[in-house]
Design a protein around this ligand. Structure first.
Ligand SMILES: Cc1cc2nc3c(=O)[nH]c(=O)nc-3n(C[C@H](O)[C@H](O)[C@H](O)COP(=O)(O)OP(=O)(O)OC[C@H]3O[C@@H](n4cnc5c(N)ncnc54)[C@H](O)[C@@H]3O)c2cc1C
Length: 453
């Protein structure tokens, strides 16, 4: 018997939304496989360290001859699979294949003229486009598995009876209403993801280049949860996208499609970064000098950031979106991250973890690279004026400000009289933007100067 292992799924660190989305997706997959007399069995390890042993026990118990798995690139996952490989070596009758399926181009393989892996996005992106044009077979998918004979159902009864686990206690939603809300926003399963893609390609992608940074339009695909959980395949997505582009490659044809595929290439690039700088998967910044910054322990600022009550409307809108939808628009992820690590000067890893524990689309490579600290500090008022010109995104998420007209909505504390501001019931800014941005730059400069990683 062959064992095909979908990605390992660890509850640790992920949100109830993501846990539920994955389990629900597995329930759907299990029913589909059942139609072909193929069992989907879930092996659960209570302790992280026990995973390898569990796999080997399962393999022995069921007389499995060949294990196939998808490659995962994070350090813990690589160590786990190396552990399995070592044990497989001891079993003379067992084979183990780990395949690259997360990306179109295998991470680490696109190299510069001098032979090292690309470390800068634009040249990586050019090389990726050239490579996928040169070898269109990279987008090929394998056919779905053939059905087993009917006898498999009785022969493998125990496996067919294996249950999809319930959400563990630590991953329960706050209320049935929350679970319902999240499930409506994020229907599980491959078919739901592919339908979302079809709708996006039909209705939205051509506006993507011009409007992708305007959160009020909800301009992006919202496919990240499907990508990060392995519910849809990037090859499957790019095949459909190429069709929608009239068969042209992604650097030609519809400008919206080119801009959108650029984000998919970012996803591939960030996996390359994880492979080439593995310490980023171990709670360390890519630029190790940032590990030397003395962060502030601003308990009140942290709570306000989490709750969306910093007194900065664009930031608060973003945080209220994540708390309600388990999702946040990219522009807001950039701004809320910058605000936490610079204006509040709180260790960026606390925010990175908050995202991991609240997002439905948490993805180690994308999240850690997104949180990578730098000297850039976004001005959230300027950003809002540019990306949320009419304040509609802020109005959607910050009801206290819904009645405001004109530019006051971007900085009500500075642009209204004291009396008008206090009537809103909206918090005062926790910090002054300019002073805190200045303080962050000075702190980074001071602490990075002598840093010797
Ligand atoms: C601080 C921070 C944290 C982030 N954390 C995550 C995370 O945990 N999981 C995650 O999937 N993305 C993360 N991103 C990247 C990005 O914000 C999301 O992928 C995107 O907002 C998801 O919405 P979408 O599916 O509608 O994207 P679209 O705009 O429709 O893009 C299509 C796909 O491309 C990929 N993509 C888009 N933008 C990026 C990007 N900047 N970097 C890498 N891949 C990208 C995603 O897989 C996305 O689904 C983070 C960005 C920042 C700045």
């Amino acid at each position: 018997m062959y064992l095909y292992s979908p990605s390992d799924f660890t509850f640790h660190g992920t949100s109830p939304a993501r846990s539920d989305f994955i389990l629900d997706g597995l329930r759907i997959l299990r029913e589909q496989l059942k139609q072909k007399n193929i069992p989907l069995a879930i092996v659960t390890a209570e302790e992280r360290g026990a995973k390898m042993q569990k796999v080997i026990e399962f393999v022995k118990e069921h007389d499995i001859s060949h294990i196939y798995a998808n490659m995962e690139y994070e350090v813990d996952e690589l160590r786990r699979d190396i552990g399995v490989a070592k044990q497989v070596l001891e079993e003379k009758t067992l084979a183990f294949d780990v395949l690259h399926d997360q990306t179109v181009v295998v991470p680490g393989t696109l190299t510069t003229g001098s032979g090292g892996p690309h470390k800068v996005f634009t040249p990586y992106s050019k090389a990726w486009l050239t490579e996928t044009k040169r070898d269109p077979g990279l987008l090929d998918t394998v056919p779905p598995p053939e059905a087993n004979d009917d006898s498999a159902v009785s022969n493998l009864r125990k496996l067919f009876d294996s249950k999809i686990p319930d959400l563990p206690d630590s991953k329960q939603f706050d209320s049935a209403e929350a679970q319902d809300r999240i499930r409506r926003l994020w229907p599980a399963g491959n078919a739901a993801g592919m339908k979302r893609l079809a709708d996006f390609l039909h209705n939205k992608v051509s506006d993507y280049a011009a409007h992708r940074s305007e959160p009020a339009r909800d301009p992006s695909s919202r496919l990240s949860a499907y990508f990060s959980s392995g519910t849809i395949s990037v090859r499957q997505v790019l095949q459909q996208t190429k069709k929608a582009n009239g068969g042209k490659h992604f650097d030609a044809g519809d400008a919206g499609i080119s801009a959108w595929v650029r984000e998919i290439i970012f996803r591939e690039f960030y996996r390359q970064v994880t492979v080439t700088t593995p310490h980023t998967a171990m709670n360390l910044p890519q630029n190790l000098k940032f590990d030397f910054v003395e962060w502030e322990d601003d308990v009140e600022g942290w709570e306000k950031w989490c709750e969306g009550k910093t007194g900065v409307p664009f930031i608060d809108a973003g945080m209220r979106q994540i708390n309600t939808e388990a999702y946040m628009h990219n522009r807001l992820r950039m701004n809320t991250a910058s605000y936490l690590r610079a204006n509040l000067l709180i260790d960026y890893r606390k925010g990175e973890r908050y995202f991991a524990e609240h997002l439905i689309d948490w993805d180690l490579s994308n999240n850690t690279q997104g949180w990578e600290p730098s000297y850039t500090v976004f001005n959230p008022v300027v950003q809002a004026e540019k990306c949320d010109k009419h304040g509609d995104y802020i109005r959607q998420w910050v009801p206290e400000l819904r009645g405001l007209k004109g530019k006051a909505i971007f900085a009500p504390h500075d642009r209204l009289s004291k009396e008008e501001f206090e009537k809103l019931g909206y918090p005062y800014p926790h910090v002054n933007y300019s002073e805190s941005a200045q303080r962050a730059k000075q702190r980074y400069k001071r602490d990075l100067a002598d840093a010797d990683p």
